[in-house]
Write a protein that binds this ligand. Structure first.
Ligand SMILES: C[S@@+](CC[C@H](N)C(=O)[O-])C[C@H]1O[C@@H](n2cnc3c(N)ncnc32)[C@H](O)[C@@H]1O
Length: 227
């Protein structure tokens, strides 16, 4: 073993710095998800995985997992994650042994997301439990033969009209939704000032959980219930 000095303080980090660090964390935590993240981040250096997997994003998705388990239980045969981005929500759900999940479909409008989401979730994909779909969530059929049994959308702040999207879902369909009050971020066209505003915006038939998670720059809001 060579005693190569660390370059952590260098202005430009060497190519293998992130990979080596993530592989080390994966080994230390015995986490297949972090090992997959190491491979995915290395294969897709231009993808904003540092944003998608930053500590706030992870905290918000861990919060969703806990509240989902508490309110709607562990068994979900067909989950659609809408605005699924790089598949982090799907990966965190599939990594959680509390859940008994069938298939997760990660839907995103941006075709660039799919290869990254697929690599991050390659083990589940190989087992037929994960796939991506490039589509506009406003144009999907939520009542067809392979209709979801649970819809997750942690990107409500990005939708021009979340209520119009929700109106496309059959009444009674279980949903887990997140939004925020981060108005200054470009693209957050439907951010809401508080939890009550999010409840009013969504207009769910049944709310089983409503909560707010205060983060440094913004507050994230979550609703779990039935459309
Ligand atoms: C920035 S990301 C996710 C932000 C959110 N905080 C999260 O972590 O889930 C928002 C994603 O929603 C996707 N998106 C926006 N409008 C969409 C639509 N109508 N149908 C499907 N995906 C959409 C974008 O392409 C993008 O990948």
């Amino acid at each position: 073993m060579t005693n190569t000095p660390s370059l952590a303080g260098a202005a430009v980090l060497p190519d293998d710095y992130v990979y080596d660090l993530l592989r080390g964390i994966a080994a230390y935590t015995a986490s297949p998800l972090i090992a997959d993240l190491a491979e995915t981040a290395t294969a897709h250096p231009a993808a904003a995985l540092d944003n998608a997997f930053n500590h706030k994003q992870v905290a918000c998705k861990a919060w969703l997992r806990d509240a989902l388990h508490l309110t709607l239980g562990p068994a979900h045969p067909r989950v659609w994650v809408l605005g699924g981005w790089y598949g982090v929500m799907a990966a965190m759900l599939l990594d959680d042994p509390r859940f008994d999940l069938g298939e997760i479909v990660s839907v995103d409008l941006d075709p660039a997301c799919a290869p990254i989401a697929r690599q991050l979730n390659h083990r589940a994909a190989a087992a037929g439990r994960f796939r991506t779909r490039c589509a506009d969530m406003y144009a999907l059929d939520y009542s067809g033969a392979d209709a979801p049994t649970l819809v997750i959308n942690t990107s409500c702040e990005h939708l021009p009209d979340p209520r119009a999207w929700l109106a496309r879902l059959p009444r009674g369909l279980p949903v887990a939704l997140q939004s925020n009050d981060y108005f200054t971020e470009p693209g957050h066209v439907s951010a809401v000032p508080d939890l009550d505003a999010f409840i009013a915006q969504a207009g769910l038939g049944e709310v089983l959980y409503a909560g707010a998670l205060r983060l440094k720059k913004y507050t994230r809001f979550m609703l779990i219930g039935r459309r």
